[in-house]
Design a protein around this ligand. Sequence first.
Ligand code: ZN
Ligand code: ZN
Ligand code: ZN
Length: 171
Amino acid sequence: MGRLDEATFTALMRGCPACGDVRLEVHSYIDRIVSVMLAEPDDDGRWAHDGEKFVDGVYRVRCTACGAVAIDAPECPRCHAPDGLARALASTSRLKVPKRCACKGSELLVGALVPATVTTRAGKPPPPTTTVAFGEPGFHVTRIECTDCGELTEPSTCPLCDAPGPLRPRP
Ligand SMILES: [Zn+2]
Ligand SMILES: [Zn+2]
Ligand SMILES: [Zn+2]
């Protein structure tokens, strides 16, 4: 269970608690997959979250009409460690992507948690956007998979804030 459950989130998406406007800026830490060749990204990547993971990663909700802040959670969106969000946004990924796998394969599929923003509106929400690219502060690698041999590397601590595991399960 994240900071928000589905029911609370759904109620919030009906409109700002202060003014009722439906255009809410929602910030969430969500999954992105990037193809990496010799430790350099091959592409901008693609989103790999679902609705439940999006809700689970929400750390800030702000009304674009009146500026009211409905959610402002300083804890880590992944493990809920106190003040973990600031550590996550300010630091670069602790799990570094190597140039090659032990098998010499140079094409790695990298999963990451990335801060993203969606401004909701009536009807279907638009896709999330992010300003944080591979290698930048806030972009945290959660898994590295070799496309040749399938070798999988995952961090032993929280990928966002480095708090010790075990990590809570995600939805
Ligand atoms: Zn408002
Ligand atoms: Zn954490
Ligand atoms: Zn390999």
